[in-house]
Design a protein around this ligand. Structure first.
Ligand SMILES: Nc1ncnc2c1ncn2[C@@H]1O[C@H](COP(=O)(O)OP(=O)(O)OP(=O)(O)O)[C@@H](O)[C@H]1O
Length: 355
């Protein structure tokens, strides 16, 4: 028999919230409880500053749920939210300075990689672009903010959990000359996490502010597909130099890409350009070229929208095999025709002074 939410909550009621003295369920700390078969996942949401003090509670909660009959796996994530604001003070006072986008210490430039639609190759472009910039001697970071489908650990051949020696700073991982941090590394690649708006925004802010990025010329941010909370939080909280929108040449993908560009314009984030991915199919046996999804659609769209077309990336088996194998094509075959498009994007960004 599979475990019920009630059984999980009852087990958790035996654990005390050190701050309020109540049990952690009554104190409202248990959020986003998700049960799939024998797998139980939830979040313990605590005030920002007190997160390290709650690590023992998180571990106890995980152990208590794992011990329940019918539970094959328990995963508990600790997330910090900012302190609830105090009731408004109605006395007249000096106007507070607006909290606009801020610079991340040590990071010179931020470039967002976006797509209107999922599966168009945004993460592949982000991974290859990061490696191409590193090959040009740039100090590069890659923030995998695609919390719904984090793929950068796999694409860049990284596994294991990032360390946090002081419980405050997260130490990112490094491979192929790229410093990388991903939600995938925090929760395990195969864990689908149920994240809601405020948690997503909190997680992104933690990744921007608490990861020890070091000195970077450029931080590439691999965004989730579409136009949601993560995109808005990034543009509102960090000084983003610009966004690159990836699309396939198909009408439907282009329609979504247009919405993405529209959103960035509203957020006053410059559009650095568009990338047509899966532009032309090159047969890996005979080299024959064909246009599976059409060709040139993104160039026409970019011209219509008045943004540069940065590259047309071919659809080629080697690009997929390299990305899925943990060594992007830019690293595994740097001089190949397939890698050329990514090197060209990197050069254009350096020339523009944004990377
Ligand atoms: N130019 C290409 N040639 C061959 N395969 C590609 C190419 N671009 C992407 N792929 C493959 O297509 C799949 C989807 O790509 P990717 O994960 O980069 O897309 P995405 O837009 O980031 O998707 P998601 O919506 O999941 O974030 C991957 O298996 C990738 O290896």
């Amino acid at each position: 028999m599979s475990v019920t939410p009630e059984a999980v909550k009852t087990a958790l009621m035996a654990l005390k919230d050190p701050a309020s003295g109540q049990d952690i369920v009554s104190a409202g700390l248990v959020r986003a409880l998700n049960i799939e078969g024998g797998e139980v996942r939830f979040v313990i949401e605590v005030p920002g500053a007190s997160a390290p003090a709650y690590e023992p509670v998180r571990a106890q909660a995980e152990a208590a749920v794992a011990a329940l009959q019918g539970v094959t796996k328990a995963l508990v994530i600790l997330t910090a939210h900012s302190q609830p604001s105090a009731p408004p003070d109605l006395k007249p006072k000096a106007k507070a300075a607006p909290q606009g986008p801020a610079k991340i210490p040590g990071v010179d430039h931020i470039i967002a990689i976006a797509s209107g639609k999922g599966g168009v190759g945004k993460s592949t472009v982000a991974a290859n672009l990061a490696c191409a910039l590193a090959a040009q001697g740039r100090r590069v970071g890659l923030l995998d903010a695609d919390v719904y489908g984090p793929s950068q650990p796999k694409m860049l051949g990284m596994s294991g959990k990032p360390g946090s020696p002081d419980g405050k700073t997260i130490i990112p991982m490094k491979n192929h000359g790229v410093t990388m941090m991903s939600m995938g590394l925090m929760v395990g690649e195969d864990q689908a996490v149920v994240w809601r708006g405020p948690m997503l925004m909190g997680a992104l802010q933690q990744m921007l502010g608490q990861v020890a990025w070091g000195e970077l010329d450029v931080l590439i941010v691999d965004l989730p597909p579409g136009t949601g909370d993560v995109q808005m939080t990034l543009s509102q909280k960090a000084e983003v130099d610009g966004a690159i929108v990836v699309s396939t040449p198909q009408d439907v993908a282009l329609l979504d890409a247009r919405k993405g560009i529209d959103m960035f314009r509203k957020l006053k984030t410059p559009i650095l350009g568009m990338v047509e991915n899966m532009s032309t199919h090159v047969c890996s046996n005979c080299g024959h070229e064909e246009h599976l999804f059409g060709h040139g659609g993104v160039a026409a769209e970019a011209a219509k929208l008045g943004v540069p077309l940065l590259a047309e990336v071919p659809l080629h088996l080697d690009i997929r095999v390299a990305a899925d194998g943990g060594t992007p094509i830019v690293v595994s075959a740097p001089d190949s025709a397939q890698a050329a498009a990514f090197h060209s994007i990197a050069k254009q960004l350096v020339a523009k002074g944004v990377a």
